[in-house]
Design a protein around this ligand. Structure first.
Ligand SMILES: C[S@@+](CC[C@H](N)C(=O)[O-])C[C@H]1O[C@@H](n2cnc3c(N)ncnc32)[C@H](O)[C@@H]1O
Length: 233
């Protein structure tokens, strides 16, 4: 699969949508829930605000945010995968009072009005974009001045470091073999591929400041395996 090719990425997420949540829990030992909670609490969304969850997938963060901004705020989940949004909609029926809505679009081309949101969030999306810098630019465009964005993703550790060694070992020796048993070898082998040209946290900060964000901070999680980029527009 061509890294970051939008059509291939869309196809990949279409094909794994039925197993996505299960495998997320399995491969992270449920820790992705904790990191997502941590991300939301760092951003501290408040009641009445309007947020956007870019690359929302099955809606984990969309629902999480919605609980913080309800009853007068709202959260828009955006994803280009029909099946992922479909799964999110199914989950929504479990709690239809939450103020969420969905948009099936490429996050690099949302067509949404500039300065529409009080906050933006993205988990495990930036690394998959054709151009991560364009993703940060789009986030900046969508935010009201002074508002916040939080981006959770794999960190890209320095090549040759212990962190990098462990990450490669885990992806190659644990993730790919287990995914293979479910017929999803290539889909999960793509994880390592997607990290190859993904900028390291400090570079992400520099890119964000160059785009125009006023503040940028990067926090490492799980000994540097993951990271959270926190931005103020
Ligand atoms: C790894 S999943 C993360 C889903 C969710 N945020 C989570 O953390 O559980 C990445 C999601 O990004 C979506 N995605 C990737 N590139 C995209 C793009 N250019 N536009 C919209 N969605 C995209 C995929 O369809 C997929 O649902």
């Amino acid at each position: 699969m061509k890294p970051r090719d939008p059509k291939s990425v869309e196809k990949l997420f279409e094909s794994i949508s039925h197993k996505y949540d299960f495998l997320n829990d399995l491969f992270s030992f449920g820790l992705h829930r904790l990191w997502k909670k941590q991300l939301v609490s760092l951003l501290a969304p408040s009641s009445g605000q309007n947020w956007i969850d870019l690359c929302c997938g099955t809606g984990d963060l969309t629902f999480h945010l919605a609980k913080s901004v309800q009853p007068f705020g709202s959260v828009l989940g955006v994803d280009f995968s029909h099946s992922q949004i479909d799964q999110a909609r199914k989950r929504f029926f479990a709690d239809p009072s939450l103020p969420v809505s969905w948009l099936k679009k490429d996050v690099l081309n949302t067509g949404l009005q500039s300065g529409s949101f009080d906050g933006a969030i993205m988990a495990y999306g930036l690394r998959n974009l054709e151009n991560p810098e364009a993703g940060l630019k789009e986030i900046y465009r969508l935010l009201k001045p002074g508002s916040q964005a939080g981006i959770l993703d794999f960190n890209h550790p320095i090549e040759g470091s212990k962190t990098s060694y462990f990450q490669k070992f885990y992806l190659r020796r644990v993730v790919v073999p287990i995914a293979s048993l479910m017929g999803l070898r290539d889909e999960y082998a793509y994880l390592e591929e997607s990290l190859k040209n993904f900028p390291e946290g400090n570079i992400q900060k520099e890119i964000a400041l160059k785009i125009g964000f006023n503040e940028a901070r990067y926090e490492l999680l799980l000994g540097g395996q993951m990271g959270i980029l926190l931005l103020t527009a």
